[in-house]
Design a protein around this ligand. Structure first.
Ligand SMILES: Cc1ncc(C[n+]2csc(CCOP(=O)(O)OP(=O)(O)O)c2C)c(N)n1
Ligand SMILES: [Mg+2]
Length: 311
């Protein structure tokens, strides 16, 4: 008999594509969507076992464009929804898609605790340094002096650096940074994040050609304005991709002190894996699935509790 080793089911890109993305032409979100769909295909993630959870924002429309399960939730609440999904259904692959407003502003409390809980999921922070959907309000990551509808004369506070903040949270286990205009690096970063067992936090610096036109021009055009953090335990890259970066620093991602130093480089955007700790505590390992109860026992327990409130 001839065995061609063809799998019974092979998922192609079309199996992950849903409705046509309605982001603006030139928006960095399109490239991120392509990278994520490619990851799903390369890893052959069953669409019915994959969930994208988001809050509110342009970026948070992401679940609509994936033919998987999805939850387009409430502003700032992607983390608790995703935590609940993963806690109860550890068999599902969970991704969180959140914007800089969604995560670092209204959702900041949930962000801190999600990092500490370290539940196994991939978090993609689409950071365009602005509230895009609501048409240009200052976000916590807007550079000082950014002119917006809330600060027409320029924002007055220095921005939060999301990777530095995440590195400061106890029990952090994976922090990486990439950009939407380095597709090979972005893809390899999301792949590494997906392999990590724990919460992988990936900040993707993302272009918004409508409200933040030109914001990333320096990083795009000046090869010195981006620095690759490279290491054998870091993001796996083709040597040709490494060569395309002018500035390369060898950085061991197990070194959190160096990670904090490299999170803020003067006049250069660091990209790469800043930090990984494979041994951080994982709250999902203490979930109900680990209590040794069968589904029937769990349902009986829920019913007993609900019966207390029966009238
Ligand atoms: C509770 C609540 N407050 C405010 C809003 C209005 N709102 C919708 S999206 C958004 C900001 C989105 O910015 P960001 O998360 O950066 O996403 P982007 O659109 O830039 O991708 C705000 C303030 C809302 N929908 N719900
Ligand atoms: Mg934004």
């Amino acid at each position: 008999m001839c065995d061609l080793e063809v799998p019974d089911t092979y998922y192609s890109i079309e199996d992950y594509e849903s409705s046509c993305a309605r982001w603006c032409p030139g928006c960095g979100d399109h490239g991120i969507l392509t990278a994520v769909q490619k990851l799903c295909r390369e890893e052959q993630l069953p669409p019915e076992k994959t969930v994208f959870v988001s809050g509110i924002g342009c970026s948070s429309r992401f679940p609509h464009y994936m033919k998987t399960y999805g939850f387009h939730g409430l502003h700032g609440r992607a983390f608790p929804v995703a935590s609940g999904v993963k806690f109860r259904r550890p068999d599902l692959d969970v991704f969180v898609v959140t914007g800089d407003g969604d995560c670092c502003s209204i959702g900041a409390g949930h962000w801190v605790h999600a990092i500490r809980y370290n539940i196994n999921m991939v978090v993609l922070l689409f950071d365009n340094s602005i509230y895009g959907l609501t048409k240009k309000q200052t976000s916590p990551t807007s550079a000082l002096g950014t002119k917006s509808n809330t600060h027409p004369r320029g924002s007055v506070l220095p921005p939060i650096n999301p990777i530095q903040t995440t590195l400061g949270i106890s029990n952090v286990s994976f922090v990486a940074q990439t950009t939407d205009w380095h597709p090979a690096h972005m893809y390899a970063t999301i792949k590494k994040a997906h392999e990590h067992k724990g919460l992988s936090f990936v900040r993707i610096i993302q272009r918004c050609p409508i409200w933040m036109k030109g914001m990333n021009d320096t990083a795009l055009n000046d090869p010195n304005a981006v620095t690759l953090l490279n290491h054998e335990n870091g993001i796996e890259l083709d040597p040709k991709v490494v060569k395309s970066f002018n500035n390369v620093i060898e950085h061991d991602p197990s070194d959190i002190h160096k990670a904090r130093e490299y999170a803020e480089l003067p006049n250069s955007v660091p990209v790469g894996l800043l930090y990984q700790n494979k041994n951080a505590y994982r709250y999902d390992e203490y979930g109900a699935h680990n209590l040794g109860m069968t589904n029937e026992e769990r349902i009986a327990g829920i019913n007993r509790n609900l019966d207390k409130y029966a009238v």
